[in-house]
Structures are given as C-alpha cells and as structure tokens.
Write a protein that binds this ligand. Sequence first.
Ligand SMILES: NC(=O)c1ccc[n+]([C@@H]2O[C@H](COP(=O)([O-])OP(=O)(O)OC[C@H]3O[C@@H](n4cnc5c(N)ncnc54)[C@H](OP(=O)(O)O)[C@@H]3O)[C@@H](O)[C@H]2O)c1
Length: 285
Amino acid sequence: MKVAITGAKGMLGTTLTHTLQGCELFALDREECDITDSATVCSVFEKIKPDVVIHCAAMTAVDLCESKQFEAWKINAFGTTNVAYASNKIGAKLIAISTDYVFDGELDRPYHEYDQPNGGLNVYAKSKWAAEQVVRSLCPNHLIARVSWLYGGNGPSFVHTMLRLADGSRSELKVVNDQVGNPTSTKAVADALQILLKTPELVGTVHLTCEGEASWFDFACKIFEIEKINQKVIPCSSDQYPTPAKRPHNSRLEKLVLKESGIFQMPNWEIALEEFLLSHNRQVL
Ligand SMILES: NC(=O)c1ccc[n+]([C@@H]2O[C@H](COP(=O)([O-])OP(=O)(O)OC[C@H]3O[C@@H](n4cnc5c(N)ncnc54)[C@H](OP(=O)(O)O)[C@@H]3O)[C@@H](O)[C@H]2O)c1
C-alpha cells in the first residue's frame, strides 16, 4: 500500500513517518508539495499514485490565524480543497486530520461524531470546518479524523511550553482551568491510523483523541508530576489569560464511532503522556 503524507515535517507528520509500517511511505513537505498550488498537488499525486493520502498540512498556530486570516483560509480551506480534489481524481482514500475546535464548546457533554459543529469560535476553527466540508463534498472515500490538544516530537505544543517555562525562574505559573479537553499524543494518533489503514471500510468522521479528560491546569500538573519538576501551578480562568483567538470551554470528544465499530480504543491520556515523556525517542514520537 502506498501512503502519502502532507505536512510530513510537522509534529504529527514526523511521528507518522517514524511510526507507520507495512506501507510504502511518501513523506511530502511544503517544498515538495505546497498544498496551496493545485497543479503541483495534482501532479505529485499523479506521479506517486498513493492508495491513501494522510493530510496533516495546515496552518496550526491558532492565535496567528486571527492576524493572518487570508493565509489561514488559503492553507486550511483552499489547500485542503486541492488535496481532496487530487485524491479523488486518482482514486485515493483521503484521511484528513481535523480538530475539536470545529465545535463551539457550549455542550455539557463530550461531542460525538454525529453532533453538528457550528464552525467554531476562531479563524483556525472556521477554516478547518470549511476544510472538513470540502473533503466531504469532493472526496467521498474519506475519513475525517478529529484530534485535539496534540503534543509530540519537538513540538511546538503545550507540553514543550510548560517544560520551557518551568526553568526555575518563575515562582508560580498560572494555567487556565476552565477549558477541558483530551490531551493526545501524536504517537496515539499514529498508532490509531496504522490500524485504520487496514480498515478501508471505515469512512466518514472519527474522533481520535486519548481517553479521559483534563483542563490545561490538570495537564500542566501531570507534566510536572511525571517529570518530577517542583513548579507551583495556579489555576486561572480564560478571562484572566486573554488570547487573540477565543477557545471553547468544552473540547472533549467522545469516541462513539470507535466504540460502535469495536475496532480499538484510544489509550488513556495520562498513560500516553507518561510514555511520551519517558520515551528515549522523544524527538520524533
Ligand atoms: N497541534 C494541535 O494541537 C492540533 C489540534 C487539533 C488538530 N490538529 C490538526 O492536526 C494536523 C497536524 O497538526 P500538527 O500539530 O502536526 O501541525 P504542525 O506541526 O504545525 O505541522 C503542519 C505542517 O503543515 C505544513 N504546511 C503548512 N502550510 C503548508 C502548505 N501550504 N503546503 C504544505 N505543507 C504546509 C507545515 O510546514 P511549515 O513548517 O513549512 O509551515 C508543517 O510542516 C493539522 O491538520 C492540525 O490542524 C492539531
């Protein structure tokens, strides 16, 4: 099986490149395959003829997307249009990576795959929601895999930020406690995609986040506990930590499709975090 990965030098792309086995991998970075160039995407895909495209390329800096709106729409929505069109043209299955942020977070329970997103609270979210919609309309043989609160390899991620900030120079760190989600390692997502590559009949939308939930505050405390770092952490509200992009209070994703299909379960977030932090291969996993 031939598998092409867009955005292969990014955090998830790097882990996928080092994890996926039993397939011929084509790790495409921006230089080889700029997804905003429709002719390039078509010709690269025509040449490789992958059976599956895992589309990781995106503009992921959520706050930057607010000030660089044009670029965010160009990469996340228009770029994904090109990837979806080219995948469909060569008959490849498209596995498109999406986000918990397509939901506004107002629901009082975890969102499942059949809940209707309202497009999200910020430019990044809206451009990713548009991307989901073009995938659905342009490439029927698709799997939209929503992930959230990702960390892995060299980052950047919340884990990397916390470890950088806990350098002994700060008596306390204030961390948001009123946003709750599923911290998820790129390794857990890559392991899940390895299984899903062998499950071609699973199409549609699937949530691939770790089991269990945490606030950013809980997440930070767990990082320092595992790393045995003595850093005081103070919970604060989103209002006390304003950011250019508004974020949902409830980012929890229910893995209803995985449960219904009985294929496998995602690992618990605390176990996945410990595996990552204690891994000798932390640079790529
Ligand atoms: N990180 C998270 O917490 C998170 C949460 C939910 C969902 N996701 C989704 O998960 C996927 C992977 O995220 P990630 O954290 O691995 O992101 P990442 O580390 O930012 O990687 C994204 C990659 O896309 C590349 N890219 C950007 N514009 C491109 C273009 N025009 N053509 C080709 N490649 C381009 C980037 O290259 P450059 O370095 O050259 O810009 C980068 O290598 C994304 O779809 C993201 O939306 C991420």
